[in-house]
Design a protein around this ligand. Structure first.
Ligand code: NAP
Length: 202
């Protein structure tokens, strides 16, 4: 279903997901805040199939991964001309500060991804990967005892079905937790599934 992936944020999580996409034969458009010319080394390390682009250009891909500090999400939202209909995997955690990541952003009653959705008007948001420590996102998910579980949540059933298939292709075991409201709450910082690294025995 997805043949290209646009990655916004070229740090630990963005590069880890880009790696899985490339190994699955997808093309990768990767971006950061400082511009494509600063991503030469990152793209060289990722290898053939990866290209450095602007944030706006990254959203031309079939699927977009949002992997920036939570507090920078409004800037990402504003950098894109049109979010309408874009499927966005939200990997953010709602830290109030980055470098180092710390504190909790006050977003009232909203879950983190509901707040993200407000800044990406018209985008279809799926929350995923945020609950795992970066090294478990990057690693081969197929382990001797089973496949690494990735929890995900979202309000669009068709988009989630496609994403579930993609997780399977990457080698992860996806677990659909329902909507952004209920599932997102379970997965986000301080939720019971945050930081839970689990394997599915096949
Ligand atoms: N690391 C983990 O273990 C982990 C696990 C799960 C979830 N997360 C979450 O995933 C997100 C990314 O974490 P990370 O550890 O990958 O972060 P990171 O290593 O600090 O990298 C952040 C990336 O975001 C880019 N960025 C920042 N502001 C941007 C903007 N306005 N537009 C475009 N790109 C922007 C940065 O580019 P520049 O350097 O050019 O500014 C950098 O490439 C965070 O929300 C974090 O909470 C992290």
């Amino acid at each position: 279903m997805f043949s290209s992936i646009g990655v916004i944020g070229a740090g630990t999580i963005g590069r880890a997901i880009a790696g899985h996409a490339l190994r699955a034969g997808m093309s990768v458009l990767i971006s950061n805040s400082r511009g494509p010319e600063t991503l030469t080394a990152v793209v060289d390390r990722l290898g053939p199939g990866a290209r450095a682009v602007t944030v706006n250009e990254a959203t031309a891909a079939d699927l977009v991964v949002l992997a920036v500090p939570f507090v920078n999400v409004p800037a990402v939202g504003a950098a894109v001309a049109n979010w309408q209909g874009k499927i966005v995997i939200d990997a953010t955690n709602q830290f109030a500060r980055s470098n180092p990541y710390s504190g909790r952003a006050d977003i009232g009653d909203l879950t983190g991804s509901e707040w993200v959705a407000e800044h990406l008007p018209g985008a279809v948001i799926i929350k995923a990967f945020n609950a795992l420590f970066g090294q478990y996102v990057a690693a081969d998910p197929r382990q001797a005892a089973g496949r690494q579980i990735v929890f995900y949540a979202g309000d669009d059933a068709a988009a989630k079905a496609g994403f579930g298939q993609l997780l399977d292709t990457f080698g992860f075991a996806g677990v659909d937790l329902g909507r952004l409201r209920e599932g997102g709450r379970l997965m986000q910082l301080d939720g019971p599934l945050s930081g839970l690294h689990a394997l599915r025995q096949d």
